[in-house]
Design a protein around this ligand. Structure first.
Ligand code: DQA
Length: 143
């Protein structure tokens, strides 16, 4: 199993941005956690973060034929981007939507997710462990 782990805007600022919501651990800590979980569980991962909508769309398109599934935290683009939702639908790869925080308990504008309809599951409010749960969900689906 080969998974692409995509993170959207401002997630490179984990550890700095709003630590009361997202915690003190950094993006590098997140990548280390995911890579070690992958090594322990016998699958491979590539992690990619971008602040740019088009770069995320390009990366999703490039995943076609190269990855078995996607773990995706689109961050703020969750709530705004039809282009990202369309890209996930276009490639047809099983994709799990992940949010570190529980968006259901936050502002009204976070209650909309354009990408959700293109995803096989949503995991939110579990902190970094949500990415590991997403990997477990994809492993079940892909086996
Ligand atoms: C987030 C939630 C989004 O609403 C927000 O814009 C983010 C991070 C999360 O992981 O909790 O940047 O996706």
């Amino acid at each position: 199993m080969k998974l692409l782990v995509l993170n959207g805007p401002n997630l490179n600022f984990l550890g700095i941005r709003e630590p009361e919501i997202y915690g003190r651990a950094t993006y590098a800590d997140l990548v280390r956690l995911i890579e070690s979980y992958a090594a322990q569980n016998g699958f491979s991962v590539e992690c990619f973060q971008s602040n740019h909508e088009g770069d995320l769309v390009d990366k999703i398109q490039q995943a076609y034929g190269h990855f078995d599934g996607i773990i995706f935290n689109p961050a703020a683009y969750t709530h705004t981007s039809v282009a990202i939702a369309d890209a996930v639908k276009a490639v047809g790869l099983p994709t799990v939507e992940v949010h570190i925080s529980d968006t259901t308990k936050r502002e009204a504008f976070r209650q909309v997710s354009y990408v959700r309809a293109a995803c096989v599951a949503t995991v939110q409010g579990l902190g970094f462990d949500g990415y590991l749960k997403a990997a477990d969900i994809l492993r079940e689906i892909l086996k």
